[in-house]
Design a protein around this ligand. Structure first.
Ligand code: ADP
Ligand code: MG
Length: 693
């Protein structure tokens, strides 16, 4: 249960003064449903409000606080005209300007003849000083409420700086004193402030340098966040270890049959990965292994071998895929091979309903089905296995730790293999997975040809579209990916639909469209037609991002490539170059390019090496442009900045290990404090894995 201490922070944002249901929705979008989220919303800048400068000296564009006397209200004569309230003091005149004010609201707020404090940004316009929608209008005695230095925050449409500032101040008032969860030596060594002091300080910058991630307060909060994630990972690991593993020893009976049936030789790194996995599975401990391999490196067949080992040992194995499309695709790839081994492989997705689903569930429960591939439908409580020995989780970053635990809990001592195509540098593997063993597929299957990558400005889009004619004429299949716009899926969709229409005009019904708003069935159908070659050009939002395998696809066009992160561009490009045909990737970009975007596109032209790209990605991120952790599959941190706080991760990991060695149940004083920390960062599910949780 969440400690009582945290209740005020986990109250809904609407519990704060002045935030009703309407604003509540906006705040929810900006910082999440709870008060706590506001604390993590760090200031981006610092605004200086000049305090009562003489009006005649005020510069255009300055933000100022003025004490003025209201003279006259000038109501608009025509619609669209602003409402003006003229004010003066002994140093000059200023007009307060309002668009669409409500009724008598302004008359009450600014009665003629009265003195008021007004504060906001001013503009000089045709000789008049204007203040449009002042941030503050207060009676003069409330001068203490306006600070000369004010943090500024990222906003969302509908919220103003003042609203966000006020909400954050109110949230800070709810912040309790916390027990110290960091090792006292670590606190002392870094001279970090206490938690409460630290949150207050980050929201009270007094100079631009206070906004840096290097301040002691920022470091401390970053460390808290990283520590919470490291302790959570360590707890999951501890939980996994406790549920003692079981040896699953390979007999080779099934894998031999599959090897004979494979139309290719395994690469050396595939062979090595299979050996490592077999070694782990044969050992009495539980396996926790990450199979990392660039897109197209052939992870699926490695997973199959692992699954067959589980069956050889008399058990069952499950493969969990993040989407319907991927589950189906894995199924299609693996089914013939499983058949070659004489084993039944079953597909299970959310679309299986009624009798069909019941049959599958029965098969899993009585062991008639040995291998299953599915989506999160596999994790549901109603699913039981006769003897699940291995869980394989594909494209792990789409799932939380919780699903991993849920699937693993469906058997005794279940071995876990996590597959990811994100080539995560070692330092980051730690933050995502904690202490996990890693097998890497560093070779590409033979016969692959390098992908010819070009960057072309968007204004030559017509040329590019026309150029596809030749490629399509020669039997190529083409992906056309439309821009990612973070704010709204609907905007993505509009762009994709528009491109689809344009390409339809050029290529007729050989063009298809898939996007995230479609029904899964419709999307799958279009994907299937593309796979079969009934459609030759597939326009897509980033739904094709993960794992889709169409060896005949040889052209990848990415529109607004400058908006994608490196990791994502790499993933997308990996959709082509999977067969033996010569492939190309066209990165269409909008000019002018930022320095970072330029560097990113240059790297894409230069290399196809996923690990190198991942390292460069990290470096560029250090350069300050936020690429978004979402795109590279890393956990999202609010307070920790992976570039600036990389050293803290190592410390946190060691600290987490040490404390769990000493106090595995988190019952000591520090242990109890750490529980508070875990709840503070919403790791509730993980706390439940503690025996006395
Ligand atoms: P990913 O690692 O991206 O999941 P897949 O497992 O989908 O890659 O494999 C990509 C393609 O490479 C598939 O068509 C698969 O059949 C093929 N493949 C896998 N291993 C080899 C190999 N050793 N030699 C040739 N082709 C291979
Ligand atoms: Mg894959």
């Amino acid at each position: 249960m969440r400690p009582q201490l945290l209740y005020p922070l986990f109250a809904p944002v609407t519990s704060l003064p002045g935030i009703g249901p309407r604003l509540g929705k906006l705040f929810e979008k900006l910082t999440g449903p709870h008060v706590a989220g506001l604390l993590w919303h760090l200031p981006m800048g610092l605004l200086a409000r000049q305090h009562e400068p003489p009006i005649d000296t005020v510069a255009d564009g300055a933000t100022v606080t003025l004490k003025v006397q209201v003279t006259v209200h000038l109501e608009p004569k025509r619609p669209r005209q602003p409402y003006r309230v003229s004010c003066v003091n002994e140093t000059g005149a200023v007009d307060l300007v309002f668009f669409n004010p409500r009724g008598d609201y302004l008359k009450n707020l600014l009665p003629p003849g009265e003195w008021r404090l007004v504060s906001g940004k001013v503009e000089r316009y045709a000789g008049t000083l204007n203040m449009v929608h002042p941030d503050y209008i207060l009676p003069v005695e409330r001068v203490g409420e306006i600070r000369e230095l004010e943090p500024t925050y990222g906003l969302t449409a509908g919220l103003t700086q003042r609203m966000v500032l006020k909400a954050i101040q109110a949230a800070l008032e709810r912040a309790p004193e916390m027990p110290e969860w960091i090792d006292p030596h670590v606190v002392k060594r870094h001279a970090w402030p206490k938690w409460k002091q630290a949150v207050e300080q980050v929201h009270r910058p007094a100079a631009p340098s206070d906004l840096s991630p290097a301040t002691l307060s920022r470091q401390r909060l970053a460390y808290d966040e990283v520590l919470a994630s490291q302790v959570a990972l360590a707890l999951v690991r501890q939980h996994n270890r406790r549920l003692a593993g079981r040896p699953s020893v390979a007999t080779g009976a099934l894998t031999a049959k599959v090897k004979a049936k494979l139309p290719y030789e395994l690469t050396n790194t595939q062979r090595q990965a299979i050996e490592e996995i077999a070694g782990d599975m044969a050992a009495p401990q539980r396996m926790l292994r990450l199979l990392q391999g660039d897109v197209g490196s052939g992870k699926t067949v490695v997973a199959l071998f692992a699954m067959l080992i589980a069956v050889e040992a008399g058990g069952q194995a499950a493969l969990l895929a993040p989407t319907d499309i991927l589950a189906r695709q894995h199924f299609a790839t693996l089914e013939p091979l499983a058949k070659a081994a004489g084993i039944r492989l079953q597909l299970l997705t959310g679309r299986d309903k009624g009798k069909a689903r019941e049959n599958i569930l029965n098969g899993l429960a009585d062991g008639a089905i040995r291998l299953v591939v599915g989506t999160h439908a596999l994790v549901q409580e109603s699913i039981t296995f006769q003897d699940l020995r291995l869980a394989v989780v594909d494209e792990q970053h789409r799932f939380g730790v919780q699903q991993r635990v849920a699937l693993a809990d469906k058997g005794k001592g279940v071995d876990l293999l996590v597959m990811t195509a994100t080539p995560i540098p070692r330092t980051l593997t730690l933050t995502a997975y904690g202490d996990i063993d890693v097998s890497r597929l560093t070779e590409k299957p033979p016969g692959r040809q390098p992908i010819d990558t070009r960057t072309i400005p968007l204004d030559r889009l017509d040329e590019v579209a026309n150029g596809l004619r030749r490629a399509v004429g020669q039997g190529s299949r083409v992906y056309w990916v439309c821009p990612l716009v973070d704010e709204s899926e609907l905007v993505d969709l509009a762009a994709a639909t528009e491109r689809y229409d344009m390409l339809r005009q050029l290529f007729g019904d050989r063009v298809g469209l898939v996007h995230g708003q479609q029904k899964a069935a419709e999307r799958d159908q279009t994907m299937a037609r593309f796979q079969k070659g009934e459609i030759e050009i597939l326009v897509a939002t980033t739904v094709i991002e993960v794992g889709v395998n169409v060896p005949e696809a040889t052209v990848m066009v990415i529109e607004h490539a400058e908006r994608f992160g490196l990791a994502q561009l790499h993933q997308l490009r990996g959709r082509v170059g999977r067969g033996t045909g010569k492939s190309s990737c066209i990165l269409l970009y909008q000019t002018p390019l930022s320095e970072t975007a330029k560097a990113r596109l240059a790297i894409m032209r230069e290399t196809e090496d996923g690990f190198r790209i991942a390292e460069e990605d990290l470096k560029l991120r250090g350069a300050g442009e936020l690429l978004g952790t979402r795109q590279s599959g890393m956990p999202e941190f609010h307070l920790a900045d992976l570039a600036a706080h990389a050293d803290l991760i190592q410390i946190a990991r060691d600290d987490a290990r040490l404390i769990l060695e000493k106090d595995p149940e988190l019952v000591s004083e520090r242990g109890t404090a750490l529980r508070v920390l875990l709840y503070l960062f919403a790791k509730d599910a993980v706390v439940k894995t503690i025996r006395s949780g």
